[in-house]
Design a protein. Structure first.
Length: 267
């Protein structure tokens, strides 16, 4: 069956008999969208992308979409079986650790093959001045010693972690406005990537940024800020990625996922 772009997958429905492989993509990343685009061009696949719903107006990928949680590993396992899912691809953000662990447990419960699409992380190069933190809380502890005007690109969900830093001025960039507890000296820039190197250079200079705070998200969409920081001699505070489930096979690119789907596991 050829999936219709933007169509929603309704709870309680199941895959059509004989419709071929049904791939559930746990999405929210550029790689997830690219994979959905590739699968939507092959009429032998049915593709559903699940989005967490944390962005108010997400850019929907082609194929079917589902927005919202599953109710934990058992709920996800039940959804996989009820909808005839034959393959699951965990293409969530590298810091969406709870969903990755839920996916691993759901795959074990349901017997549906799971592959994790994890883009490589960033690594410092010549001229970079990087300091690593194991968590947002540790980053908040280290930040005052690195600068007083911070470009904070760790996402709006964790802003409360930095709310006690009254002497630091923050520039925060996010798709949606932050809510909840935030730092007192804060300017919000609403924007959606990708961002160009020229834009990042201008932003750092315009706001007199002297430290960049980021998660090790990897990928190219937001990497230019790292180059701009290196060129400007600005230190970068990098939050390391959380642990991932053990024993889950991984792929680094959508092309590698397509090869996996075309292998022996394909029905």
């Amino acid at each position: 069956m050829s999936a219709e772009p933007g169509r929603s997958a309704e709870p309680g429905t199941s895959a059509e008999p004989g419709s071929g492989p049904h791939v559930l993509i746990l999405g929210g990343t550029t790689e997830a969208r690219r994979l959905a685009e590739a699968l939507a061009q092959d009429s032998s696949y049915r593709v559903t992308t699940s989005l967490a719903g944390r962005v108010s107006a997400p850019v929907l990928p082609p194929g079917e979409t589902r927005i919202g949680g599953f109710g934990g590993p058992a709920g996800l396992a039940g959804w996989l079986l009820a909808h005839g899912v034959t393959h699951v691809v965990d293409a969530t953000h590298p810091f969406a650790e709870r969903m990755s662990f839920n996916a691993a447990e759901a795959a074990a419960l349901s017997g549906v093959p799971l592959l994790a699409l994890r883009r490589p992380g960033w690594t410092p190069g010549p001229g970079d001045s990087w300091t690593f933190a194991d968590s947002l809380a540790q980053a908040a502890e280290l930040l005052p010693g690195l600068g007083g005007r911070a470009f904070l690109t760790t996402g709006r969900m964790g802003l409360h972690t930095f709310a006690h830093l009254t002497d630091t001025w923050f520039l925060v960039r996010s798709v949606d406005p932050p809510d909840g507890q935030v730092p007192p000296r804060l300017e919000v820039l609403l924007a959606r990537g990708p961002f160009t190197l020229e834009d990042e250079r201008a932003l750092l200079a315009r706001h007199r940024i002297d430290v960049l705070v980021t998660k090790d998200s990897g990928g190219s969409a937001t990497a230019p800020k790292l180059t701009a920081a290196r060129e400007a001699g600005i230190p970068v505070l990098v939050v390391r990625r959380p642990a991932v489930p053990q024993g889950v096979p991984e792929a680094a690119t959508p092309s590698a996922v397509l090869r996996w789907l075309g292998g022996p596991a394909r029905h």
